[in-house]
Design a binder for this molecule. Structure first.
Ligand SMILES: *Cc1c(COP(=O)(O)O)cnc(C)c1O
Length: 393
């Protein structure tokens, strides 16, 4: 634990799916609630002694619903985003049912029907992509695929898509083909909760997310749905896909949702977004191509195809200089997934350390230097200084 704390303290995390949660959330994760079995739901448990667990779970649910107005029911038990998706899809599509999600190579997530994921095996999965030139979702193409395959569920959401998603347009397509719409806001959940991106709630039948990315909570999943889907969703999570809930994670979710309901959270999310914009602008000024030409959220996808550097090279060089980020496929990528022609950066974690636009710009400059072939050893000092000045929360 000490070694990992040191590593995080001394590494500048720009991995778009990571964040640094608050000390209170960390404390809640390590609480004695880890010892408690609470199979079932508040008021209807299969174990004795759940009176405290019930209060905790109800508090987490109430706060989740306040955080995402319009949602009618919250299931706070999914152990992870993948479990949330698998169980929600099972509830909506059923075994063998058709699903239509975004392809992994184009920015989607494994759990949206990729072939090695259970979601690609248990369901009849079809995948849509983005326009290879603009990097943007093509709603007309998604509509054509929906009409061709007639899925039970259409999934809207991504892991490396820097632009706002038009949930209303997805809902119109879902309505046309009589499918459920599931929105997965794992990445931008914090920005949505803060009102900086439009909410999928009025449009989607079910919304899934992780609680540990921009939402800045403990590692875990969350499902929101309409009241009429409550039974289906709840029974799919337990007993369908999980046993006992992780009560220490659920109490930590309640703490994190409480933090996200505070006025400061909006300021934090604004800073996350402004830092991402500043990085995209600096990278562009330095001649690097940004997929979709910029960002609306916390992440920036850099297209390295016009450079000599692969995604894997860039990732390695950045890490040698103390910056953790990840290689990523870009739309139409000619290179294999282990190499790639892109890197993905996200600003949630650096912003949690208190960094602002000035630091974002200097980090983007360092990344541009490293992509351009500068020796990581000559950049490491500047990164170390930043880490020393901006400690983990
Ligand atoms: C991260 C992510 C998930 C999965 O989260 P895990 O907790 O790692 O299982 C699901 N969907 C999307 C879009 C994600 O980005």
């Amino acid at each position: 634990m000490a070694a990992e704390e040191r590593r995080q303290q001394e590494t500048l995390t720009l991995i778009a799916s990571e964040n640094h949660c608050s000390p209170l959330v960390r404390e809640a994760c390590s609480s004695i609630l880890t010892d408690k079995y609470a199979e079932g739901y508040p008021g209807a448990r299969y174990y004795a002694g759940c009176e405290v667990a019930d209060k905790v779970e109800i508090l987490a649910q109430e706060r989740a619903l306040r955080l995402f107005p319009g949602a009618e029911h919250a299931n706070v038990q999914p152990h992870s985003g993948t479990t949330a998706n698998l169980t929600a899809l099972q509830a909506l599509a059923g075994t063998g049912g058709g699903i239509l999600g975004m392809a992994l190579a184009d920015g989607g997530h494994l759990s949206h029907g990729f072939k090695v994921s259970h979601t690609g095996k248990v369901f009849d999965a079809h995948q849509y992509g983005v326009d290879p030139d603009s990097g943007l979702l093509r709603m007309d193409q998604i509509r054509d695929m929906a009409k061709e395959h007639r899925p039970r569920v259409i999934i809207a959401g991504a892991s490396s898509y820097a632009r706002e998603i038009d949930f209303a347009a997805f809902a119109a397509i879902a309505k046309e083909v009589d499918a459920y719409l599931m929105a997965d806001i794992a990445h931008p959940a914090g920005l949505v909760a803060a009102g900086l991106l439009s909410s999928p709630i009025p449009h989607a039948d079910v919304v899934t997310m992780t609680t540990h990315k921009t939402l800045r909570g403990p590692r875990g999943g969350l499902i929101l749905c309409r009241e009429e889907l409550r039974k289906k969703v709840d029974s799919s999570v337990f007993p369908g896909g999980q046993g006992g809930p992780l009560m220490h994670q659920i109490v930590a979710k309640a703490v994190a949702f409480g933090e996200a309901l505070k006025p400061e959270f909006k300021g934090y999310q604004e800073s996350v977004r402004d830092n991402a914009r500043a990085m995209a602008e600096t990278l562009q000024e330095r001649g690097l191509a940004i997929v979709t030409g910029g960002t609306d959220n916390h992440l920036v996808l850099i297209d390295l195809r016009a450079t000599e550097t692969t995604g894997a090279d860039a990732e390695e060089r950045c890490l040698a200089a103390g910056i953790a980020l990840n290689k990523n496929m870009v739309p139409g990528d000619p290179r294999p997934p282990r190499v790639t022609s892109g890197i993905r950066i996200g600003t949630a974690a650096m912003t949690s350390r208190g960094m602002g636009i000035e630091q974002a710009k200097s980090l983007a400059g360092i990344i541009a230097d490293l992509v351009g072939g500068k020796d990581p050893a000559s950049c490491g000092g500047a990164v170390r200084d930043l880490c020393a000045s901006y400690k983990l929360p």
